[in-house]
Design a protein around this ligand. Structure first.
Ligand code: AP5
Length: 219
């Protein structure tokens, strides 16, 4: 099954992608994670992306389309993937359509996670992730079961993202409304859009998404 999780920064795309990947054996493809890895590794792509990401803008379509085209070709994506943070512009969505056709694959569904803007700053400013395996946490909404120890790999090191501050969040939100929100209409018109209430508790959102996936499997 090939899916897109769509929503503003902090909507819970990464949280739910990790959950779905663990439950269903799908591969999470987060362009944000891939770009952060490129920045950390100091690659040419990382050098081009770093300043844009820090400012809350969008990295160029060419770069992210190239990253996704290469990644979808890897054997581990054969069973299915969850796109988290891609596409983010109409040009990226059109490129994805062409890519899937060229590989005789299809998009099964797009899940829009709807969240009030007011909740996003709280979610983003309280976010952390395991430095070793990347599992996501929140200071109040998703704490590790044992304080300071990752539930997944047992690491005791956690990181916070450079772009997770109130000023950059505002810019990322503007970029979402300007460039990404038109994708809601794009996928509605294709008949593949499903909306869940991203304001519900994390486990409840997971149940809503599972309900969508069951309806897709039965269709
Ligand atoms: P990216 O890494 O994709 O960031 P984003 O879209 O801004 O989304 P986030 O990762 O901030 O949020 P999320 O929806 O995954 O929320 P999460 O699950 O972590 O992109 C970063 C940057 O890279 C971009 O700004 C851009 O510069 C560049 N980029 C990436 N892709 C690009 C592309 N395709 N084109 C161009 N540029 C690109 O949840 C947030 C917090 O809330 C967590 O702590 C979580 O525990 C908590 N939480 C989650 N769900 C709930 C809930 N239901 N209730 C309470 N708390 C919750």
């Amino acid at each position: 099954m090939n899916l897109i999780l769509l929503g503003p920064p902090g909507a819970g795309k990464g949280t739910q992608s990790q959950e779905l990947a663990a439950r269903r054996g799908l591969i999470q493809l987060s362009t944000g994670e891939m770009l952060r890895a490129a920045v950390k590794a100091g690659t040419e792509i990382g050098r081009k992306a770093e300043a844009v990401m820090k400012s809350g803008g969008l990295v160029s379509d060419d770069i992210v389309i190239g990253i996704i085209a290469d990644r979808i070709d890897q054997p581990d994506c054969a069973k299915g993937f969850i796109l988290d943070g891609f596409p983010r512009t109409l040009a990226q969505a059109a490129a994805l359509d062409r890519l899937l056709v060229s590989k005789t694959r299809k998009l099964d569904g797009v899940i829009e996670m709807r969240v009030d803007d007011a909740a996003l700053v709280d979610r983003i400013s309280g976010r952390s992730a395991c430095a070793k395996c990347g599992a996501g946490y929140h200071d109040s909404h998703k704490r590790p079961k044992t304080a300071g120890v990752c539930d997944v790999c047992g690491s005791t090191e956690f990181t916070r993202r450079a772009d997770d501050n109130a000023e950059t969040v505002g810019k990322r939100l503007m970029a979402y409304y300007r460039e990404t929100s038109p994708l809601i209409g794009y996928y509605f018109a294709k008949g593949v859009l499903h909306t869940v209430d991203g304001m519900a508790p994390i486990g409840e959102v997971t149940k809503q998404i599972e309900g969508v996936l069951k309806s897709l499997a039965a269709a």
